[in-house]
Design a protein around this ligand. Sequence first.
Ligand SMILES: NC(=O)N[C@@H](CC(=O)O)C(=O)O
Ligand SMILES: [Zn+2]
Ligand SMILES: [Zn+2]
Length: 455
Amino acid sequence: MNPNQQALPDGTGLLLIEGASLLGEQERDILVRGGVIAEIGEPGSLRNTPDAQGAYVVDARGLIALPGLVDLHTHLREPGREDAETVESGTRAAAAGGFTAVHAMANTSPVQDTAGVVEQVLRLGEKAGWVDVVPIGAVSVRLEGEQLAELGAMADSAARVRVFSDDGKCVWDPVLMRRALEYVKAFDGVIAQHAQEPRLTENAQMNEGIVSAEIGLAGWPAVAEEAIIARDVLLAEHVGSRLHVCHLSTAGSVEIIRWAKSRGINVTAEVTPHHLLLTDDLARTYDPIYKVNPPLRTAADVEAVREGLADGTIDIVATDHAPHPREDKDCEWAAAAFGMTGLETVLSVVQQTMVDTGRMTWGDVARVLSAAPARIGRIDEGPRAQGRPLAAGEPANITLVDPKATREVRPADQQTASENSPLRGRELPGVVRATFLRGRATILDAAPVRIEAGA
Ligand SMILES: NC(=O)N[C@@H](CC(=O)O)C(=O)O
Ligand SMILES: [Zn+2]
Ligand SMILES: [Zn+2]
């Protein structure tokens, strides 16, 4: 356990966060009691009140307070690939990145396709205690795309699954996709699609375009993503159900989502930090650290996804944190695994690409990295709600970030058990100084001070 977790009382204690800038706007003090935000007041106004006596004080001047971040797309790899990540290491990485909840993708081994396996992942998350782990259920048995998994049993289980995905694989069969969309309506679930037309992407290694032609790697055309998204928004409209599009990566995909939303179709979409920042030019290095599914696209696509995120066409940023052990990445490009880590750098990438460029405010960041993903996952209600505003009476899930600090990304310094960060060696803005899960510090970069009674 992180020693800092003991530096503050657990969620039953009193905590006073002083001088944080709420969503980058006005400076406020936040008093937390019993894991709940008790009061928010002008700077200096709470310290001397009877309510604050005995509180631990965190000096948050110069820091921005955000609601705890929520990831809709994390690969925690346990059960089955504990050599890449465990629930403990992956959720520790999540807390370090500012998260208080992550949705755990279903492509584990065994697959999260039964109530038993999703409950196992839920328990592992509770035992680790870093963030709330929200299991995603598979759409099909063993992700094989043939038979529907026991969606209802997973929904009714202790894990209360609402998001279903065969991520890593596309639900290609339109009849299976239709049935899945129909089935989850009963409990307000959502199908999160990994949009990849399999025949158009056989052996594909990178984005199909000028770079793939020049360097001689097999291409993954944009149409292979866009064709599935187009089909699925029409299916979602037909059955009147809720669709979520995972890791959208092309300008054409943004156009389709924009069109679907203008028609009132119930669709949401996510973009990853790597698709907001990186382009397929990096494949020229032949370094498989840049190999990911969907592939890095062109500068025009990067511009389109930034614009789509800024104008609300794209609802959220999701990490698609996909840890892989060294032996699966330190090999030639064609043999390497697809995937990149992202939990510990996503906030920095969003700051750099969207906030520092003037395209989004910190309030928008709170929406795309907390409120909206919590809403899509239907974890935004009840006493353990996530993605709630920073306001009195709400669960004290709070992330403090220093937007002026920078740091060099060094995979060896990260909490994730894998080192496949495409950002290694880069200097990034924004450092997470603290994460509070229902008032308990999971990450805390500074020693808290206690207000003595009568002081
Ligand atoms: N994104 C990836 O490149 N890889 C993911 C699967 C996925 O998200 O499709 C993984 O599980 O490794
Ligand atoms: Zn995927
Ligand atoms: Zn994924």
